[in-house]
Design a protein around this ligand. Sequence first.
Ligand SMILES: Nc1ncnc2c1ncn2[C@@H]1O[C@H](COP(=O)(O)OP(=O)(O)OP(=O)(O)O)[C@@H](O)[C@H]1O
Ligand SMILES: [Mg+2]
Length: 325
Amino acid sequence: MKEQVILEVTGLSKEFEIKEKKFPYKTNLLKAVQDVSLTVKKGETLGIVGESGCGKSTLGRLVMRLIEPTAGEIFLNGINMTGLSGEQLRQKRSGFQMIFQDPYAAFNPRMTVRAILEEPLRTSRIPKEEWQDKINRILELTGLPQDALKRYPHEFSGGQRQRISIARALLLNPGLVVADEPVSALDVSIQAQILNLMKELQEKMQMSMIFISHNLASVQYISHRVAVMYLGRIVEIADSDDLYEHPLHPYTQALVETIPIPVPGEGRKRRRLSGEVPSPIHLPKGCAFHLRCPYASEECREKIPEMKEYSPGHFTACHKHVLET
Ligand SMILES: Nc1ncnc2c1ncn2[C@@H]1O[C@H](COP(=O)(O)OP(=O)(O)OP(=O)(O)O)[C@@H](O)[C@H]1O
Ligand SMILES: [Mg+2]
């Protein structure tokens, strides 16, 4: 059987207009996401990793249709979401949910956990007599106690609040969940618990997930495939283990090298990244990474590299992608 594609994104771009504060008040274009194409299959977690400002959250928001793309299309279950608006969009959007870094900001502090969980049920077609069963099930799945229902978000720890946020997102069995840095704000000791919970629920519910983080180790742990972003573009995409063991793009290689090695004595040669990330308003010509790349050549300074398949399912956009790792 052919694997079912839940999400397909083609040529997605987002430019923000930035007005200069000084005369002559020129408007610049900030290219936050550039020509991104990807698919997410049923029951698959796709990780998105990259440094701060590389466009991860913008990509997540585009996929959720929370912001309008400048170019490109988004298909969810084969339906083109790009042309939808108003009630149509609201209906289709119920099939996907988002989990944020700071769940507290996403909750109304005056609502009890019961009211928070009942909100998505209210707009669903689920009859009222089934609500309690649904709520009980999700409490159990997310490891929240029954008495949580009458309490308010501020009465919980950060980790438990993120459980509430996960419970709300998963309550209606969404086909796709976009999780944007869901553990980054949590205490390190709690991060693993929440990561494990998300991984377990993803498998149990066979949902598709986009997991966004700047931390390659957690992305690699939870994802089946990983996409690496640099200045708005995907520069490499591969199966999680393949990406970690055979990174092809010099940027991915540098990211992998920053992951600490658990076995003492097994050192790894480190190629620390030098130089600053260029501004997404004034992108350099050619490959956006060439200013920091130890292998950059004339071609890299002139031409934007295209995505090419190096081995089955392993794509990278680098003129030098056959480099030894
Ligand atoms: N609404 C907006 N208006 C103008 N610029 C924006 C807007 N949203 C994002 N940007 C810019 O787009 C670029 C990408 O931002 P984005 O938040 O997607 O990055 P990110 O990878 O999620 O970063 P982080 O790891 O810090 O969360 C940044 O340069 C950011 O300043
Ligand atoms: Mg972000």
